[in-house]
Design a protein around this ligand. Sequence first.
Ligand code: NAP
Length: 292
Amino acid sequence: MTVKAITGKTRLCALLGDPVEHTMSPAMHNAAFRKLGLDYVYLPFRVSAADLPNAVNGMRALNAAGFNVTIPHKVAVIPRLDGLDPLAERIGAVNTVVNCDGELRGYNTDASGFIQALRQQGVEPDDKNIVVVGAGGAARAIGYILAEHDAHLTILNRREEIEWAEDLAEMLTDDFGRRVSVMELCFDNLATALDTADILVNATSLGMSPAADNSPVPAELLRPGLVVFDVVYNPVKTRLLLEASEAGARTISGIDMLAWQGALAFEKWTGKTAPLDLMRKEAVKALEKHED
Ligand code: NAP
């Protein structure tokens, strides 16, 4: 892969995570920089939890334009920053950091990327019945932004870890005064919740390659009139999305959310409108290359 020629003025953007070997972000961002003729480069760095404070200070010392943060650093990075966007503060997780004249400010573009991907398909979350399966990091960001949009939320998570979902529900109820239902993830509860649902979101890692034969929701519960959003982007068409299409439901892939979270970060670093379609295409290409 070629990047634009590096110059004495090239601005650095980066990814800090562990592992980072399979990330699609360098392909997305470097293609977008090239397309817009911007003198920026994006590099992934594998950073252990112990090295995170030094790595963040390194970004500061190198005057990086900004960086992404991924597993396992999305929460741990917060005390290392100088400020937080209110949404990132409420979610309690950061995936994008912007260097504003030496001040590092944290954002959560996973949450806003999810909403943008939904809206791009003409789906507004406001006042909708939304079933979120899972209660991990992605579910928390998604639950928060959906509650901000006045959605009626039902969260289902597997039994042994149900307290995670209850914590999330309590947080959403405290902050937004909305009742959030929490249920154990099982067939009967899914059937009840989906009966009146407008939107189903899979926020678990179920269905992710190499276990792509899994789905969190049995095919018989999918139906026309339902919008099914799978945050899993590898494969682009998960088993859940394939079965949802067959059942006549509308589908949205996690790859759209991935491209949007990248595009929103790109815009914060460069001040330019991101070439979203190109970034999505590059993400798919990088994914296919990784699968070969
Ligand atoms: P996480 O914090 O580890 O949470 C994983 C969630 O999946 C938990 O709720 C976990 O339930 C559930 N889960 C895992 N295996 C399960 C199983 N066999 N049965 C039922 N539930 C299961 O991970 P995360 O950061 O939220 O990421 C979740 C997925 O979202 C990943 O595939 C990730 O790649 C994807 N993601 C996509 C984007 C995007 O831009 N499209 C952004 C962020 C994340 P327990 O609590 O019971 O363990």
